[in-house]
Design a protein around this ligand. Structure first.
Ligand code: BGC
Length: 731
């Protein structure tokens, strides 16, 4: 309560400051605030190999003084040191403070997706899909906390994260940037991240303003490719894709980036309905919207909805885009000034957008602290951060198959390690790691461990043979790998994906590459036991080889400490506790989600993925019992308490994510067979029992009805937890 009062006074104060500043601004200054350019636009091509980046101070001055730009983003092409970031920020804000009339600091933003991507040596956590496999909000909260500290330490107060797209199409190359296929899981992890990264006061010198993305419906491209059309009816949009954004706004998000593609023929940046009617009129969002990369220009040059660049700018601004990530030139400023002068964009709209931007600049403390001074530099990538990263990684390794308790392996085993993901750090991290594509292996920190190195530490050099076998899609020496099986007890077959991000990651077949499958079959022919380890950003189809493996371990990009965690799981130093945050498909054309409609599971159709949503094994066993509901009959508006006992009936301590689902049996809009409505991760010693409690609220019972509004209908609901079920009735 005290906090709410404080926020209100703070906001009133900020509102006054915004008003007074706005009143002093010229049209050009206002439009400049709405403009964001990339660092590349004010850089000169480096002339020698050692000159990593040359800041073109003249161009920078032109951007800030002549065009009055209000925001900048990202890096040259690879991560900078903390000191170099400080140098960039100092140059930028020095020009603002010494050479501009109103001294409005530039808001600098970066894609710090799983840590401070563009700062050398930063703590790089598991990517979102891996974090979602932990089903552990505390880990996500603390990842947010650490990420903000390291971004602030770089002098940057704004982060383009979290991604709140719901991953419903596994071939989409940004699948791993999501928290998986379930709306509730995405919402909860997003909220936890915001709590850690931004908290209630983003002006703190260890917090940053977060930016939600990509609003909305980006993640279900019809053809599976990045930046391609989605067809999502309004009802499904509201049921599956909007809730994470709405919840994040309720949790304090103040900036939101727009969907770079289109839904139902309306490009994200021209979507007045979503950007204004829903975001502003319905949700009362007070922060600002930012375009994605070049996407206003693309309304003309790519989407063909605007026949000129002028029309593209008019369309986007009038739809509700407040800031343009232009990002290479000043065309946006010039055009928008002209449009206002011609009366094609009203001044009122400009004032609205600029006020929203200034408000965030005040909220993030830029005016008092333009250089982002902070004490966080002292803890940057320190031991505590690394250990927390390792703690997170340990809970993101999914034990998907373990025939006859084949794992854990003995540390006395003799091992052949083979496959393209065995000895690379990039495959643990994915895109947005040091570079955009994350694929420049040479730039990775030498002290971090690959799977091969981490496994070597467990068994000793003398007990391990490494033969690459294949690269991702070309053979290196499969024969040699086969020969090397002779003197070992077990093969660790490391397959998966190389590193990619956005459009360069488009593929046409989700099946694991032919060469890797061939390496697998040749190894299986030898009859040696095989542990299949998959490191990948999306679930590549493995049905042809999976049956042959004695054990399968999957990790969706576990980050810089990932290999340590994998080795710990393989050799039993860590008891795995991750679960699938997606339905891992068995066949290339069978993408049924766990929360499918009844219609999808009849007449011979079944939900039959390789691994179900929520699947994940442990080295101990958990027994669920005594599911009980506080009420069997409820009235409208009432909630139901759910309790369940979970016992560790095995011999090892472990962590278990308890997942509770709700099924609405009959509804006017066809209901899902079940939907996740709660999860809690608990720790249990052998023999220990804990009671876990959930509250099923009216919101959980609701769905988007025929009138496109949330509705709760009378009837029976089934609560299920593991193999237990009970029901209640809304009368
Ligand atoms: C991506 C965004 C990112 C932006 C800035 C775009 O290509 O879609 O997720 O924030 O670039 O780097």
């Amino acid at each position: 309560m005290a906090q709410a009062v404080k926020t209100r006074t703070q906001e009133t104060d900020i509102d006054k400051k915004v008003k007074s500043l706005l009143a002093q601004m010229t049209l050009e200054e206002k439009v400049g605030q709405m403009t964001q350019i990339t660092l590349q636009a004010v850089s000169t091509q480096a002339k020698t190999k050692d000159q990593e980046h040359i800041l073109d101070v003249k161009k920078l001055e032109e951007a800030i003084v002549k065009y009055k730009i209000g925001s900048m983003l990202n890096a040259w092409d690879a991560a900078f040191s903390l000191d170099y970031w400080r140098y960039i920020i100092k140059n930028v804000q020095d020009i603002v403070l010494n050479k501009t009339r109103l001294k409005i600091p530039v808001l600098y933003g970066v894609d710090a997706i799983h840590g401070a991507t563009y700062t050398l040596g930063s703590t790089l956590f598991p990517q979102s899909l891996a974090m979602a496999s932990s089903f552990n909000r505390d880990l996500e909260r603390s990842a947010g906390e650490i990420c903000s500290k390291e971004v602030r330490a770089s002098g940057i107060p704004w982060n383009f994260y979290p991604v709140l797209d719901v991953g419903r199409n596994p071939i989409w190359p940004r699948y791993w940037e999501t928290f998986g296929e379930d709306t509730f899981l995405v919402s909860e992890m997003g909220k936890a991240y915001i709590e850690g990264a931004q908290a209630a006061d983003m002006s703190r010198d260890d917090k940053v303003a977060i930016c939600l993305k990509h609003y909305a419906g980006y993640s279900v491209p019809l053809n599976g490719k990045d930046r391609s059309p989605a067809w999502i009816g309004e009802r499904s949009l509201r049921e599956y894709f909007l809730p994470p954004f709405k919840n994040a706004i309720d949790a304090g998000a103040e900036t939101i980036m727009i969907n770079s593609a289109e839904i139902d023929g309306i490009p994200g940046h021209a979507n007045y309905h979503l950007l204004t009617e829903v975001l502003r009129n319905e949700w009362k969002f007070k922060g600002f919207t930012i375009s994605d990369w070049q996407d206003i220009q693309r309304l003309h040059i790519r989407d063909n909805v605007a026949d000129t660049q002028e029309e593209a700018v008019r369309m986007a601004v009038m739809a509700g885009v407040d800031m343009s990530m232009v990002p290479f030139d000043f065309s946006f400023c010039k055009i928008l000034v002209k449009l206002v002068k011609q009366g094609k964009v009203p001044m009122k709209r400009i004032n609205e957008a600029v006020s929203r931007i200034l408000r965030v600049k005040f909220m993030v403390g830029l005016f008092e602290n333009p250089y982002s001074k902070t004490s966080c530099e002292n803890t940057f990538a320190g031991d505590r951060h690394t250990e927390q990263n390792y703690e997170a990684a340990k809970e993101t390794i999914i034990l998907a198959k373990n025939e006859n308790n084949f794992l854990p392996l003995s540390k006395n085993s003799k091992l052949l390690v083979t496959g393209p993901t065995a000895d690379k750090l990039s495959v643990l991290n994915g895109g947005w790691t040091i570079t955009w594509q994350g694929n420049v292996e040479e730039l990775y920190p030498k002290e971090k461990k690959t799977v091969l190195e981490a496994v070597k530490e467990k068994v000793g050099e003398e007990n391990l043979v490494f033969v690459a076998g294949t690269d991702f899609n070309k053979e290196i020496n499969i024969d040699e790998a086969v020969k090397a099986t002779k003197n070992v007890d077990v093969v660790l077959l490391c397959l998966g994906e190389s590193t990619y991000c956005e459009t360069p990651g488009n593929i046409v077949d989700l099946t694991l590459e032919e060469t890797q499958l061939r390496l697998a079959s040749e190894i299986f022919k030898t009859g040696k036991p095989v542990v299949l380890l998959l490191l990948e950003g999306r679930p590549r189809i493995i049905s042809k080889i999976e049956v042959m493996a004695n054990a399968v371990v999957v990790s969706f990009l576990p980050g810089m400490e990932g290999a340590r965690a994998i080795a710990d799981v393989l050799f039993g130093d860590v008891n795995p506790s991750a679960k699938m945050p997606v339905s891992y498909p068995r066949y290339v054309n069978d993408f049924v989600h766990y929360d499918h409609k009844y219609l999808e599971s009849r007449d011979g159709n079944v939900y039959n993925p390789q691994y179900k949503f929520g699947h994940g094994l442990s080295y101990t066993a958990y027994e669920y019992s005594n599911l009980r509901l506080s009420k069997k009959k409820i009235k409208k508006g009432e909630s139901v308490k759910v309790k369940v006992d979970v016992t560790n009936s095995g011999k090892r301590a472990g962590k278990e994510s308890v997942l509770v689902y709700l099924s609405d049996l009959f509804a006017t809009v066809s209901p899902c067979n079940k939907r996740l409505k709660g999860f809690e991760k608990i720790y249990l010693e052998p023999g220990e029992t804990k009671t876990v409690e959930f509250l099923i609220t009216p919101e959980h019972m609701s769905f988007i009805g025929l009138n496109l509004k949330p509705v709760v209908e009378k009837g029976k609901f089934v609560v299920s937890v593991e193999n237990l079920k009970d029901e209640f009735e809304l009368i």
